[in-house]
Design a protein around this ligand. Structure first.
Ligand code: ZN
Ligand code: FE
Length: 258
């Protein structure tokens, strides 16, 4: 059965991703149960699996209510983090054969935003929580720049047509920052225009193809001369390695206000 992807808006700027085969659905990072329950009911779907990328409340706070309404639903999540109702503990590298909906997903260890953060890849989709965003990446709450840089490098090795399903609609703000560090990138300039039109029409900017992220996301372009020059202007040494460029650009993003 073909799979259909839906982005369910939650809170101010979260997306809960729902992947379904017209009978069963899996939900990724349900910070709120309500939009999930409402969509399951309106489409006549059974809940078959819950996937969590990390322990933050905006990603897991709906799990308890989903389990009350759909007891016995398997809950996948990182082994080292507190995930409500978790039944399958992951550390990265596991191949998950989810039966309902039938889909094979690989769990990837992607620390940086949190220490145990995992992402899920399969069927052409990447569910990467708060690791890789449209035009940006997650804040380093628990991990180091080197950890996040390595996580992003591992995600960048996936096929270019992979659809990036991240957990927040941050793309516009991220692209605004990206233009301050990679101003002459024509693909980035064009993406800004496309994203502005999508958001003005009230449509999600996501999922985005990984190939587009590689061409426009500054955090995947730390080996490019333009990004190195931006990092050097922000205090990195002239012979900075890509990971140091990443650290300088991430720090500049932390201080950036639109
Ligand atoms: Zn988070
Ligand atoms: Fe989040």
């Amino acid at each position: 059965m073909p799979l259909t992807l839906r982005a369910l808006p939650a809170f101010a700027d979260n997306y809960i991703w729902l992947l379904h085969d017209a009978r069963h659905a899996l939900a990724v990072d349900p910070g709120d149960a309500f939009p999930v329950l409402e969509t399951l009911a309106s489409l006549g779907l059974q809940l078959g699996a819950i996937l969590a990328t990390h322990h933050h409340g905006d990603h897991v706070s709906g799990i308890g209510d989903l389990l009350k309404r759909h007891p016995g639903t398997p809950v996948y999540g990182p082994a080292t983090e507190a995930i409500p109702g978790r039944t399958v503990a992951l550390s990265g590298g596991e191949l998950l054969q989810i039966p309902h909906p039938a889909v094979a997903l690989k769990a990837l260890s992607t620390p940086g935003h949190t220490r145990g953060h995992v992402s899920y890849y399969g069927a052409g989709y990447l569910f990467c929580g708060d690791t890789l965003f449209g035009g940006g990446c997650g804040r380093l709450f628990e991990g180091t720049p080197a950890q996040m840089f390595a996580s992003l490098e591992s995600l960048a090795r996936l096929p270019d047509d992979t659809l990036v399903c991240c957990a927040h609609e941050y793309t516009l703000d991220n692209l605004q920052f990206a233009l301050t560090v990679d101003a002459d990138n024509p693909v980035l300039q064009a993406r800004m225009q496309t994203t502005l039109r999508l958001r003005q029409a009230g449509r999600p900017s996501l999922p985005s193809p990984l190939g587009l992220e590689k061409a426009t996301n500054p955090f995947l372009r730390c080996d490019m001369a333009a990004l190195r020059a931006s990092a050097v202007r922000r205090g990195a040494s002239a012979d900075a390695q890509a990971v140091e460029v990443f650290a300088a650009i991430r720090k500049a993003k932390d201080a950036f206000r639109v």
